[in-house]
Design a protein around this ligand. Structure first.
Ligand code: PLP
Length: 232
């Protein structure tokens, strides 16, 4: 018996599970409407800023796919949670510094934010060294916002090719974060188009406010935080 585990659920934890069920249902509905099965769309529960106490009920409910945006923060909670729930899949959805590539490759199953040659080089080196290859997604800055990571849409084809040919990496898909002020759908459609013409199967797009739209436009992974865990 885990001494940290609460014997009864708090109302906040119960609310989280209710919201999780609603988001799951929304994902399933959108998947079916887009001609896919619910299993073909992966819901990443974004647990950044939430501690193990908030995350544990979601694990207890059987969910196993989580997203964090900081390597350091993820190390503060996930190694221990993984001792209890060994089949957790962890996604890094935030910017990655090259000097954290080693830690990221060791902890994460999927890295969504490959966006520059220096990081591609660092990841290639660590994957080789560790003998462990997380699934890699390339972030595209579809809104070309200066403060956001990601390759510009016009540079995406070239960067994908560079990852493959220069660094021997095999990116599996693309990720984007549309500008908060824009309608997201054109960004999702652009990301899908870039993925298709480069033979990439995975699309990480859609957050709390727009995950259903993203699924309708082909998302294979949605990253949902506040709609499940509450406001940060
Ligand atoms: C925080 C975050 C999310 C989740 O955002 P919500 O609006 O809380 O669902 C998704 N993607 C990235 C990259 C994030 O940093």
């Amino acid at each position: 018996m885990n001494p940290d585990r609460p014997t009864s659920m708090s109302s906040e934890q119960a609310a989280t599970l209710e919201r999780l069920a609603q988001v799951r249902a929304g994902c399933a509905r959108a998947a079916l409407e887009s001609g896919r099965t619910p299993e073909q769309v992966s819901l990443i529960c974004v647990s950044k800023t939430f501690d193990a106490g908030a995350i544990r009920p979601v694990l207890e409910a059987g969910h196993r796919v989580f997203g964090e945006n900081r390597v350091q923060e993820a190390y503060g909670k996930w190694p221990q949670l993984r001792e209890e729930y060994s089949d957790v899949a962890l996604h890094l959805i935030g910017p990655l510094q090259s000097n954290k590539a080693r830690d990221a490759v060791a902890l994460f199953d999927v890295i969504h934010t490959l966006d520059r040659p220096s990081l591609a080089a660092a990841l290639a080196k660590e994957i080789e060294r560790a003998g462990r290859a997380p699934t890699l997604l390339i972030q595209v800055n579809t809104g070309e916002e200066p403060q956001k990571g990601g390759v510009a849409p016009r540079d995406a084809d070239r960067f994908i090719q560079l990852c493959r040919e220069e660094f021997g990496l095999a990116p599996s898909g693309l990720m984007c974060i549309p500008p908060a002020s824009d309608a997201p759908s054109p960004h999702f459609a652009l990301l899908s188009m870039i993925a298709q013409r480069n033979g990439l199967g995975l699309l990480s797009m859609g957050m709390s406010s727009d995950y259903e739209q993203a699924i309708m436009l082909g998302a294979t992974h949605v990253r949902v935080g506040s709609a499940i865990f509450g406001t940060r």
